[in-house]
Design a binder for this molecule. Sequence first.
Ligand SMILES: [Zn+2]
Ligand SMILES: [Zn+2]
Length: 346
Amino acid sequence: MMQLACEYIELLRRRGGWLDDWIVDDDEEYYDELIESKKHDGIRVTSSSKHGKGVCANKDFDEDDLILKDQMLVGAQHSLNKLDCIVCSYCFRFIGSVEFQIGRRLYLHSIGTDNDGAFERHCHGNDVGSSTSCSGATNVNANAVPQEVIMSLMAGDMQLPFTDQFALPSVVACPGGCEGELYCSQSCADSDWDSYHSLLCTGSRTEPSRRSALQKFVEHANGTNDIFLVAAKAITYTMLSDLVVASPVEDYFIYIDDLPDSEKEEVVKVTGQLLDALGEDYSVPCEGTAFFPLQSCMNHSCCPNAKAFKRDEDKDGDAVIVALEPIGKDDEVDNVAGYNINRIDT
Ligand SMILES: [Zn+2]
Ligand SMILES: [Zn+2]
């Protein structure tokens, strides 16, 4: 496996050197460009002999102000979590529709239960960067819902009440023709293709000999560990953070539960059996591992002045950092020691 990981890293290196940028450690120019291109003018990356690299404020921030919305450089959804959440492979936004999310999840679990233990097989050795790696193997009782209902939810033939208030971007297929990756938009599909998916795509645009080698690699990586974790672990796993995006399915069922009783009764006749089938884990978020270039420069503190916090409007995989207290211009911005930066904080 190690050899495979090394070959993979070598492939990425030859491809265009973005990995060199990734592991660059003290190149201020690199961070200046990154900040400039992403318009994060509120902060700068500094290095001092005392603390090493750190992040400083370029202006004053008040309590609860947004300091940074850091786009990941590379990230991967845990392979097991893909059974429960369909998200854009590039920005990790939920895609399709609430019906599609529910239907596909029930469908995959209904095949899984026939296959006895097929899900558990994938659930081992996943020990890097996350304490929740196995939570994708949720307990779903798909048999409680008739197969026709599951199929029409997936196909988009059946509309659940009030889901128009939880509209999701429609699904865009991989330009290389594989079925493994789906996107929220053509621009995410193209960006992913240009950044790295063209190397990993097992679709018909990849030449056959490379395709079968890749398929073996992907299968092996899924069986033991998430594909990017394997590569990333070899380099610098201490810099990786948990990636979490809250589920619109959770928002939907909370909305239904909050309806006035008069209205709720009718609606629950339709949604009740779906919620029962999804079980306690109906709200499982998209989970994975990612590398956030700017957030990874922040120093940790036991008296932090900033924290990771996903606001209602943060529907993608970006790391979001807000001020815990007023932060003055030129003050260092630091966050909680040992805290998983991108966890949803409630
Ligand atoms: Zn996207
Ligand atoms: Zn593909």
